[in-house]
Design a protein around this ligand. Structure first.
Ligand SMILES: [Zn+2]
Length: 160
């Protein structure tokens, strides 16, 4: 179930995705929220420099490993504009973070990129559940997913 607090954090993720797009990065944004509801860290995609592992969910997993106890991590939530890729889902699992809430799914992204004529990435678009177990996962939110789709459309139309 996605409540109003979840929606607020997801909207921030979409804003961060917009910031990424404006910086020439792929439009993805994520927020790490504690059990008490405090925003601990946020990030957006930083792949424009050529390092394609610079995803926000990966950065937040590392931040969590360095700044939070295992108990705090297990109760924290990661919000993200687009469902974790397999690399980020694995990082989330390895550091023991808790719930994941996403605005748009990996399946949607794959469909959008195909529609836009963008070649499929080498790393497969797997659902998080196929990468890590025992994780509470909520998503998607159709109206926010449409905003995310538009950001991807803008990103890929600039590159053509
Ligand atoms: Zn990723």
């Amino acid at each position: 179930m996605i409540n109003d607090i979840d929606l607020k954090h997801l909207k921030r993720c979409v804003e961060l995705a917009k910031e990424a797009l404006e910086a020439g990065d792929e439009p993805f944004g994520s927020v790490l929220v504690s059990a008490d509801g405090d925003v601990l860290a946020e990030d957006h995609n930083h792949v424009a420099g050529g390092d394609h592992t610079q995803h926000p969910e990966f950065a937040l997993a590392r931040w969590a490993a360095n700044h939070m106890t295992p108990e705090e991590r297990a109760k924290a939530t990661v919000y993200t504009s687009g469902e974790h890729c397999p690399m980020c889902a694995a990082a989330h699992g390895w550091v023991g973070l808790g719930r994941i809430v996403y605005a748009s799914s990996s399946k949607q992204l794959a469909e959008w990129l195909e529609e836009m004529g963008v070649a499929a990435p080498r790393v497969r678009n797997l659902p998080i559940q196929e990468v890590i177990r025992d994780t509470a996962i909520d998503g998607l939110v159709p109206e926010l997913a449409q905003e995310v789709r538009e950001l991807h459309r803008q990103f890929h139309s600039k590159r053509k």
